[in-house]
Design a protein around this ligand. Structure first.
Ligand code: FES
Length: 354
């Protein structure tokens, strides 16, 4: 382990490891520095400059998310110069987009909204000029409103560094700069895998989950932690519930492994089966060529009779059992035990799609 070095932040003498950034050391010691483009699971690019601080001897304010600490460094995070600069940046971001909170899906969990409130900005000093991009709703899963994009680049880094899908990047220059797939196409025409990581990390309402649109405000949503049932990895996720219905699924970085908050297309978007009217709720037994609803007692009796008859007529190895990677370890253990000890065969396997 590197030897720790000493520095001062807001008059407090602190010890930290060389290579740590000012932001890391400040947050590790309970000192708040606002951020926007910073995302702890990806590299720091210093795009937004919201995290600026004063460093003694530096020619200008520095971005604390990118600046490594050094021995004897003296940092100030809450001077008038710092706050004025942060206000200017946030006002420019506000004025350069169409941040209409009334209809924005992120109202209540928008980091730009939080910053505006925290910096006590009544309204921007500049004329608000919306870029005038069309709302992208050409796929069923993700909506994009580039009028709300703050060009923080989090979606690009999440796509390239976390999911390694490498679909998103910046295009154009200056005030025309925008984020998107190659050749400025919609997601549906690109190679996008629809993992939804971009929507998860977007700090504003530029990339949102379509199925959750108008389905409930953030403060009305109850989050229930669960384990994804689509495969055996055991990804942890939050079901976002409103009015007793799952309105969307979100990752949660705080849950740690195995997925560290990331989800795949099935885990994030494949939840509509839960409320499907076609979902089977009772066992069905075929009678006279037609499937009829039956009680569980009837179904179990029917299964036991049929399996016993087949075993008696053709032996235990004429029966095969398929379990599912979507069942729990305990359920799968019981199933193989049933096949081996009760049926008397080793013909047992599983498939993640069952
Ligand atoms: Fe540091 Fe954006 S958070 S530059």
């Amino acid at each position: 382990m590197d030897k720790k070095i000493t520095l001062t932040i807001d008059g407090r003498e602190l010890e930290a490891h060389p290579g740590q950034t000012i932001l890391e050391v400040a947050r590790g010691n309970g000192i708040f520095i606002p951020t926007l483009c910073h995302y702890s699971k990806t590299t720091n690019v210093g795009a937004c400059r919201v995290c600026m601080v004063e460093v003694k001897g530096a020619r200008s304010l520095v971005a604390s998310c990118c600046m490594p600490i050094s021995l004897g460094m003296e940092v100030k995070t809450d001077t008038k110069t710092v706050r004025d600069a942060q206000r200017l940046i946030v006002e420019l971001l506000w004025a350069s987009g169409d941040h209409n909170c009334l209809t924005c899906e992120q109202n209540g969990s928008c980091e730009l909204q939080d910053l505006i409130y925290w910096l006590k900005i009544e309204k921007p000093r500049f004329d608000i000029k919306s870029p005038g991009y069309a709302l992208e709703q050409t796929n069923a899963m993700i909506a994009r409103d580039l009028n709300k994009c703050v060009l923080c680049g989090r979606c690009i880094r999440a796509c390239n560094e976390i999911q390694v899908n490498e679909i998103l990047d910046f295009s154009m220059r200056g005030s025309h700069a925008k984020v998107g797939p190659a050749f400025d196409t919609d997601y549906i025409q690109s190679e996008c895998y629809f993992c939804g990581e971009c929507a998860d990390v977007c700090p504003v309402g530029a990339i949102t989950i379509r199925q959750a649109r108008f389905a409930g405000r953030p403060w009305e949503i109850r989050k229930v932690r669960t384990t994804c049932t689509y495969c055996g990895v055991g990804c942890q996720m939050d079901l976002n519930i409103h009015d007793g219905k799952i309105v969307k699924v979100t990752g949660n970085r705080d849950y740690g492994p195995p997925n560290e908050g990331s989800l795949c297309v099935k885990g994030r978007f494949g939840m509509d089966f839960v409320h499907s009217p076609d979902r089977l709720k009772t066992p069905l037994i075929r009678k006279n060529g037609e499937l009829k609803e039956a009680s569980w007692d009837e179904a179990y009796t029917y299964i036991a009779e049929k399996l016993s008859a087949i075993k008696q007529a053709n032996g235990p190895d004429s029966i095969v059992g398929f379990s599912s990677a979507r069942a729990t370890n305990e359920e799968n253990y019981l199933f193989q035990k049933f096949m081996r000890a009760v049926i008397g065969t080793n013909n047992v396997d599983h498939c993640a799609r069952l």
